[in-house]
Design a protein around this ligand. Sequence first.
Ligand code: BTN
Length: 255
Amino acid sequence: MIFTQLIQTNLRTKELGKNVEYYNRLESTNNEAWELTEEEKQHGTIVITDNQFNGKGRKNNSWNMVAGKGLAFSLILDKKYPNIYSGLISLGAGIAVVESLKKRGVETKLKWPNDIFVNDKKIGGILCESKIIKNKLKKIVIGVGINVNETIFEHSEDLHDSLTTMYEVSNHAHQRELIVAEFINSMERQLYYFSINPEQIINDWLNNCLHLNKIISFYENGKTIEGVFCGLDDNGFAKINLNEQVKSYSSINLI
Ligand code: BTN
């Protein structure tokens, strides 16, 4: 059970998280969030479930949550933001997860575009989806999945070498609602700073990056790309050195 009241009493925000939509069971919080965006005044709404049974990952992957123990939630942003925010918000979400887990004593690193790692094992992921209409950024749904209170043995065996959980790392259970609240607090802080100092988000992300100047591989249009990750450009796109030619790659998932 997720206590929505506990999320809300730990918020220190002006606009995000005022409305929390809780479901006992849900296919995907991102899909539900997109349905909610059909209604007005959904900016800042959190969609959360204790049992997400068909979660989506990036690039058509699935995301498995252990019911009652993991975290799966989405945040709706429905405000007029400049287009450049699309990539930056996605990076900001990664920083917000790192900060919220750090508050719970779990140190994590980011792998581009937005995987959350502890000691080379994945502990969480973010699926940030943007709707762009007539070249204008309209709405964003940020979906966050974190392995929290389960042991690794509650995940399928083929993932045991590549995944970890907060419980495995810290040897005790965590109050999931506090993680959500801190994520939302951090997100609002960052959205505020975007307008003043957008470079800060790039620097913060790189400071928490697992692989600066190292070789990484990722999927792009059905192909595996391998190259040296040499930083981020002003749009928040990855700069990858492929055989001495630097190319930019976007992390934006369009809806
Ligand atoms: C990835 O690592 O590929 C991203 C995983 C994102 C999973 C979260 S769980 C909450 C939200 N709802 C979804 O269907 N997916 C995201």
